[in-house]
Design a protein around this ligand. Structure first.
Ligand code: 5GP
Ligand code: ZN
Length: 113
């Protein structure tokens, strides 16, 4: 997707503060952090959202969930962290490339809606 900002980050065309990268996914710091640690973990392949996960591409989602605990251990998130993904306009998805927000570094409230 040539006009997708996260595809541009994957391609190295847009800068990002990367904390992890492998052949399947990239993790980088959110531009507008909502917690002391606020990462975005994204697949390298363009998938619009959870709504576009299929039997053919769901392996990347499993991979991302294997990687997130390793990244968060490196980030020192000893007392927990939160993973969020927004799907569509009602949920506030602003970038139409599947991404998992990973937040840590403080006690969090629970007012998701
Ligand atoms: P959404 O609202 O789609 O769930 O989350 C999109 C997130 O991406 C927002 O938290 C926003 O701050 C972040 N974001 C948008 N554009 C960029 C960018 O170019 N670089 C980085 N690092 N974060 C971005
Ligand atoms: Zn994309």
């Amino acid at each position: 997707m040539s006009d997708c900002v996260f595809c541009k980050i994957v391609a190295g065309e847009n800068p990002s503060a990367k904390v992890y990268e492998d052949e399947v996914c990239v993790a980088f710091k959110d531009l507008e952090p909502k917690a002391p640690v606020h990462l975005l973990v994204i697949p390298k392949v363009h998938i619009q959202s959870v709504d576009a996960v299929t039997p053919e591409n769901s392996g990347v989602v499993g991979h991302i969930f294997e990687v997130i605990p390793k990244i968060m251990a490196e980030q020192g998130a000893k007392t927990g962290y939160r993973v969020i993904t927004n799907i569509g306009p009602d949920a506030g998805q602003t970038v139409p490339h599947l991404h998992f927000h990973v937040l840590a570094g403080q006690e969090m409230g629970w007012t998701p809606a």
